[in-house]
Design a protein around this ligand. Structure first.
Ligand code: ZN
Length: 274
């Protein structure tokens, strides 16, 4: 049986989880609540720019766990694919600037494009930016998304597919993210987590609500749904992973509430259900 999380030392919150907060408010809110880690979404950088964001984060004492997100490699045209590569190189530079060791990739998909073709374009796209990532000292992490997003968000829908890609790319600069929301249903998950081994670069948690009222913005707080997070965390930690447990919740319901109170609920749910 896995050890419960007895303190907040591994807790990280994604800025998207507290979307109503701009970056300065998130920094203040997390530090006031004793949350040690932050994963920054790129839109949170925009209002004050990357340099000022980097200055604020560096002075906050927070551990910057990752930057979300790069990816969206497939496109119908050469120009579109080139634009995606340029944007991923920018994301890598932004990560380096804010001290994030990792860019999480939501790999992309194009409605009507065969998924196998999309996966080929994703693998080619990642291969094209690996040298830039290595030069910046930033790793890239493939996050498989639940198959309900296979039309427009990601043609990588199982950890097995992400592992296939990582093995083919064969570089320590590319690994995988295990997100319980996207992967909990997979009967091969335990085996694929073991296969991923030390290429697991990050671990995301939230919960799957029944019923799910919105495909994008109705993720549950841990304990709201049916995912057995400690079991999956146990499999992940059997590989040697001991990094942050990142709370990533997109929820119209929780975004409408007081965010400081929500962070307190996250802390309690993290200790009780992760
Ligand atoms: Zn995630």
């Amino acid at each position: 049986m896995i050890e419960p999380l007895s303190d907040l030392s591994r807790l990280c919150i994604h800025t998207m989880t507290t979307k109503p907060w701009a970056l300065p408010e998130a920094i203040d809110g997390y530090t006031a609540a004793g949350v040690p880690g932050i994963t920054v979404w790129r839109q949170a950088l925009e209002p004050q720019g990357v340099a000022e964001s980097a200055r604020m984060l560096a002075g906050s004492g927070l551990r910057v766990v990752s930057l979300c997100r790069g990816g969206f490699f497939p496109a119908a045209t050469d120009a579109g694919r080139q634009e995606a590569l340029d944007d991923n190189r920018r994301a890598i530079d932004e990560a380096a600037a804010i001290g994030a060791p990792l860019v999480v990739l939501v790999c992309g998909a194009v409605p009507g494009m065969p998924l196998a073709e999309a996966r080929k374009q994703i693998a080619d796209g990642i291969a094209a930016v690996v040298a830039h990532a290595e030069g910046a000292g930033v790793r890239l992490s493939i996050e498989a998304l639940h198959p309900m997003y296979a039309d427009v968000r990601s043609a990588v829908n199982t950890l097995g597919q992400a592992n296939d890609m990582v093995e083919a790319l064969a570089t320590p600069w590319v690994g995988v993210t295990v997100d319980v929301y996207h992967l909990w249903w997979d009967p091969g998950l335990e085996q694929q987590i073991a296969r991923a081994g030390d290429s697991i670069l990050s671990f995301h948690v939230c919960d799957w609500r029944t019923p799910t009222r919105d495909l994008l913005n109705d993720r549950g707080l841990m304990g709201d749904g049916c995912i057995d997070i400690p079991v999956i965390r146990g499999w992940v930690e059997q590989t040697g992973f001991c990094g942050p447990v990142e709370v990533e919740i997109f929820s119209d319901e929780y975004w409408a509430t007081d965010q400081a109170a929500f962070v307190e609920r996250i802390k309690a749910a993290y200790l009780a259900y992760c």
